[in-house]
Design a protein around this ligand. Structure first.
Ligand code: MG
Length: 137
């Protein structure tokens, strides 16, 4: 492993209006040595993103201030190169927003309650993809 691997961006931003989801993911992902920052509104996420880069943004698709589709479009307009993963709750019908999002790009989706193995695998894939693109630059 090269010395730069140690310094690689391991930061994950989690955006969800449900505090329990943020608390669970922060506790769980930090325990796996990711560096997790949480935001309970899209506005807060944008404030954080002005200061720090994240290899991954995990976002809920149903939030009061902006849905996941609008949020991802706004991130792309700002030129934010983070990998994206979507989350949605069981019982919420995600079709409308997911179909809109997937019309342009496909993103992995994590369903709540979380399957921990799927969470781990999805994040590892995102980390590899992010740093693969790094090497291509
Ligand atoms: Mg929500």
């Amino acid at each position: 492993m090269s010395s730069s691997a140690e310094a690689r961006n391991r930061r994950i931003l989690v955006v969800d209006d449900e505090t329990e989801v943020l608390e669970f993911l922060k506790f769980y992902l930090d325990s796996l040595d990711w560096v997790t920052v949480t935001a309970d509104t899209v506005a807060e996420a944008f404030r954080i993103l002005e200061k720090e880069d994240f290899f991954l943004i995990i976002t809920d698709i149903a939030m009061p201030d902006m849905d996941g589709y609008e949020f991802i479009n706004a991130l792309r307009e700002k030129g934010i190169a983070s990998q994206m993963v979507l989350m949605t709750g069981f019982g919420y019908n995600p079709d409308h927003t997911l179909v809109k999002i997937n019309r342009t790009s496909r993103y992995p989706v994590l369903f709540k309650p979380f399957n921990r193995q799927k969470v781990v695998r999805t994040i590892e894939e995102a980390w590899e993809n992010y740093h693969k693109e790094d090497e291509g630059r």
